[in-house]
Each structure stands twice: as structure tokens, then as C-alpha cells.
Ligand binder design. Sequence first.
Ligand SMILES: Nc1ncnc2c1ncn2[C@@H]1O[C@H](COP(=O)(O)OP(=O)(O)O)[C@@H](O)[C@H]1O
Ligand SMILES: [Mg+2]
Length: 301
Amino acid sequence: MNSGSQAGGERPGATADDILHVRGVSVHFGGLVALDNVSLTAQSRQVTGIIGPNGAGKTTLLNVLCGFVRPQGGTISFGGRELARIRPHRLARLGIARTLQGVGLFSGLSALENVMVGATSVARAGFWPGLLGLPRSDADEKRLRALAQAALELTGAGDYAEAMPDTLAHGLRKRIALARALVARPRLLLLDEPASGLAEDELAGLGDLITSLARECTVVVIEHRMDLMMSVCQEIFVLDFGKVIASGTPEQVQADPAVTAAYLGADAETGDAGTGDGQVGANLADPSPGSAKDSKERASD
Ligand SMILES: Nc1ncnc2c1ncn2[C@@H]1O[C@H](COP(=O)(O)OP(=O)(O)O)[C@@H](O)[C@H]1O
Ligand SMILES: [Mg+2]
């Protein structure tokens, strides 16, 4: 059935109809409205971006999509199927994978083993068995290793398979975390700030990778770095205080005065003077453009 390369072949079950619909989703944390009647659509085989100032509700939205947060209202459907009660442990079965805003690797496992965890959960969930077989034998285990290695290579971390995550730079750990999501061969891939902690010269490679992933699945990406979003997204939704305030092509949202106002307001709160020219800056909601270096130094997140 699948004669393509192991990590990059046709996603089993992925179809052009794998459209994500979010309709009227609201999330309250006590008195705080984190999401207020949010509706958006992510088309199949394209990259849909979600941007917005810090605290706008981006991560909460991703948490709703993967079942970590239960919305008070609204509906979500994917591939024509209503996802009434998304549970985190059922994500693989639904063909949904996400990366975390932090890295979230197991520090006691090697890079390769971390990625194998992603593949194992899928195998157990019955997503691959017909295709690959469960790792019941040594041969199956070998196969799982090969798949994990292929996923690592796809994300540019192939040389670090045996390394322990804590010994690696932040950017490499993010690549491993992405490989773990990819090895599950998702139909819907949710990426929370994939560029955080990456150096400027790593962005183009990440952009190419995200673009290539969208050839095979629906990709939703949250990211501050507008330069990256401009190059990878076909459509962007802008959140501010839990509401969608704008949507359209990257060019359209970048030129939207409401978007500029939201970011200038956020800049004012953080004491940043903003760009001052009515244009949304390159690092929209990132209060410290030097954060690539800073976040590399974070011990583990
Ligand atoms: N588990 C939680 N409990 C209470 N408040 C939360 C929780 N998660 C997020 N929030 C609040 O919801 C708002 C949106 O947060 P978040 O989705 O993390 O924003 P973003 O990812 O856009 O920066 C913020 O005001 C945040 O403090
Ligand atoms: Mg966030």
C-alpha cells in the first residue's frame, strides 16, 4: 500500500477532505475569557497560521483541539467528523498530533527512543498495524527504530539519534519533538511555536519543512515570527483577547489596521515603542527579538 519513503510517504487515511472546522468555541478560566466565540477553518494540505499578542488565547485554542482543555461552548469537526469530546489519549487514533510550546521530551530517553514513543502510541492505537505491524518481535522493533530514525532525518536531527535530550541545544530538541509528532503520521498536525528558540539561520529550513509537511496533511501553526508565517502560511487567523479580529492571506492580515492596533497595544503594555510606522513588525508578539539566544539557554521546558 505504501511504497514511499517511510517517514515521508502518503499519510494513511489522509484525504483532501481533511478540513478542520472550529465553530463558536469559547473557553473561560474562572472570570477570564480565554476564547470568545472563536470560529476558523483550516484547509486540507495547507498551512493555517494562528497569531496574536501574548495572552491572546493561541495555546488555549490548541489545547482545545487536542483535548487538554474542554470548551464551554462551540463545536469542532475534522474530516467531516464531529469531535465531540476530544481526549488526549485518543488523538493518535483521530490522526491528530501536536508539538508543545515547550519541548516536552523525556529526559531519560535518547532522541531516537523519544521518537519511538510517538510511533508506539500510534501502533497501539491501531493506526498503522495493517501497514507496519505492531512491534511484537525484534524485527518489528527494528522497523519502529527505522521509522523513528527516518523521522529524525526528516527534521534534520538524524545525527543525534543516540543523544540524550538534555545534552542538546534547544533547536535540536525542538526538531526531535517535531519528529516525534511526525512519526505518528498525523492527518492534522498542530505546531505550537515551532520556531521558538531557533536561530535566524534555522528559520528557512524550518519553513521548508513545514511547507513540505502540508503536502500530506492539514497543518495548523502558532508562531510569533511573522517572517516565518509569511513564508509558510496560506491563511492566517489573528486572535486578540480571545477573539478572531482578522483573517486572510499573510499579506492581508499584515496590512490590516486592526492587527497593527492589537500589536501596538501589546507593545505599549510591554513598554516597547512598537514599529511606529503602522506596519506589523517581523516578530509580532515576541517582546524580545533576541529571544532565540535566550530561549536556547533555558535548561528544559
Ligand atoms: N489553565 C489556565 N488557567 C487559567 N488561565 C489560563 C490558563 N491557560 C491560559 N490562561 C489564560 O488565558 C489567556 C490566554 O492564554 P494563552 O492561550 O496561553 O495565550 P497565548 O498562547 O496566545 O499567549 C491568558 O490570559 C492566560 O493567562
Ligand atoms: Mg502560547
